[in-house]
Design a protein around this ligand. Sequence first.
Ligand code: R5P
Length: 295
Amino acid sequence: MAAIVFAFPENGLLAENLVAGMRAEQGNYMLRQFPDGETYLRILSDVEGKEVVLVCTLNRPDDKILSLLFFCRQVKELKAASVCLVAPYMAYMRQDKAFKPGEAITSAYFANLISSFADRLITIDPHLHRRRSMQEIYSIPCEVLHATALISSYIKEHITNALLIGPDSESEQWVSGIAKDAGVPFIILQKTRRGDTEVEVSIPEVENYKAHVPVVIDDIISTAHTMMETISHLKEKGMPPPVCIGVHAVFTEETFSRLLSSGAKEVVTCNTIAHGSNRIDISQLIVNTFKQQEP
Ligand code: R5P
């Protein structure tokens, strides 16, 4: 089935790579706000009988979700065969439990909403913690891709004598794999989160690794408190400034600057969310997924 790729705002570069890699048609549409703040949408390309691939990473999801819903409904109205949402960063994965009575498990509600208007989802390293798979909350097929091999290659090519550091027990799942692939040692810290911006980490013995370059790896960098707390402990232990690698650059520009001035040697991210720190390109992972389905 012919695919047509549409880019939501700020997803243009990634969508271009998909168009080139998949040799697909690029879709055109108009999306703007009316003066009263409501959304105007017009699909300009012919989508009838085609697989619509919509590239929309889901940082700041509340700003995007309604346009996304309108878009998917409208291409279906215009007889698209199916809609595949490519959301390299998937939002609302962290509130997966009611920690206090009355708290909404928003990850489930969000999954329910997306499943009501998209037919298929492709995402990269979603924050699966207490849930084992996306299918526990999504009722549409979800393909989960991993940036770990690309991160290992980056480390092998750019960092000599690395010591990988996972800031919390959740990070062990990917840090251990990356370390194995890159052939370097790793340690995992213990993290206690006391609030949105209050994080404490404890550092195990790093004395044996004083000659190494610390590389802190996390899936998400958001407020950057996890990274900054880790940096401050590494400093206390006399370690050199670490390279901070995050899959998803969820942070604001202000937070990014704060992270750099807190003592990070460099901040490196994947292009799941467009940002100046993007050094690791995940486009080919997505292209390969579409290529594998070709007859
Ligand atoms: C949490 O469990 C994640 O793996 C990240 O450690 C967390 O989202 C980072 O958030 P922040 O940058 O706000 O500390």
